[in-house]
Design a protein around this ligand. Structure first.
Ligand code: DGL
Length: 284
């Protein structure tokens, strides 16, 4: 049995890559709904319908454990799917928001002012606000929707001036909401692909003495989800030996896309730094 990993497009590959580093022995089936990405600007009903189609497809391929490696789908569709559409004895579907919030509230020392950068769908769902409030009611949390980031990433425009323009625009808007932000969550699985650029822009805003986001006493933490989700999945499998026992161990990954396979292969290979083979499928 393979572990299914789903995203609206390429973003989930950032999660898959981290999962395969932590859990290299298992087999994976990645599905990117690139033909219908971005999800972030779509309605609740549409995101739910598309996500359920993807879950059903991966289930039909034999996946009994599926990671929704997409914040927008986790925010808008996961709970309904878990509560209404699946039988947990036959299928487990996990998301990315809860593990991220748990890691941030337990590991990020001295964080009091948190900034969320996410798709309009994730922001309007309020999922991060609700989950963070549950774990730590004393946090100040501000959100900024970044509607142009995923379309630019999906269209290979990461190195374009437009990308730089929209990074500056959304980061600046976030700090207008709260100039004291000390922790930023990249709450979309596409955003690690532009993390270097966001980091460079943040560094350019800081005084030179502070301009090292990675150092231990850094004034600002920039958090992406890959390692967090990977470690959370490892812990989950440790707790659920009945699922872990059923996973196949070939260390392989197959890729599915709803868009033209060549296009997905070219973009994914660039990002994964190795050639991949993808098959085009239709979700209905
Ligand atoms: N990468 C996804 C997320 O984490 C979805 C982006 C989109 O399709 O808008 O939100």
């Amino acid at each position: 049995m393979k572990i299914g990993v789903f995203d609206s497009g390429f973003g989930g590959l950032t999660i898959l890559q981290n999962i395969r580093q932590v859990l290299p022995e298992y087999d994976y089936l990645y599905l990117g709904d690139s033909a219908r990405a971005p999800y972030g600007t779509r309605s609740f009903e549409v995101i739910y319908e598309y996500t359920l189609q993807a879950v059903r497809y991966l289930e039909a391929q034999g996946c009994r454990l599926i990671i929704i490696a997409c914040n927008t789908a986790s925010a808008k569709a996961l709970r309904t799917i878990q509560q209404r559409d699946i039988n947990p004895d036959q299928l487990r579907v996990l998301g990315v928001i809860r593990p991220t919030v748990e890691a941030v509230t337990t590991n990020t020392l001295n964080s009091r002012h948190i900034g969320i950068l996410a798709t309009p769908g994730t922001v309007s769902s309020g999922s991060y606000l609700i989950e963070l409030e549950k774990l730590d009611p004393h946090l100040e949390v501000s959100q900024q929707a970044c509607p142009m980031w995923v379309p630019l990433i999906e269209n290979n425009e990461i190195d374009s001036p437009a990308m730089d323009y929209y990074i500056k625009k959304y980061v600046d808007l976030l700090f207008v909401k709260d100039p004291e932000i000390d922790t930023i969550i990249l709450a979309c699985t596409h955003y690690p692909l532009i993390k270097d650029k966001i980091e460079a822009y943040l560094n350019s805003k800081l005084p030179p003495s502070d301009a090292l986001l990675e150092c231990a006493d850094a004034p600002l933490n920039l958090i992406s989800q890959g390692a967090i989700v990977a470690n959370s999945l490892r812990d989950y499998l440790n707790r659920h030996s009945e699922i872990e026992r059923e996973l196949s161990r070939g260390g392989q990954c197959a890729y599915l896309t709803t868009d033209i396979a060549d296009k997905f292969e070219a973009s994914a290979s660039l990002f994964l730094s190795e050639p991949i083979h993808a098959n085009q499928i239709e979700l209905v």
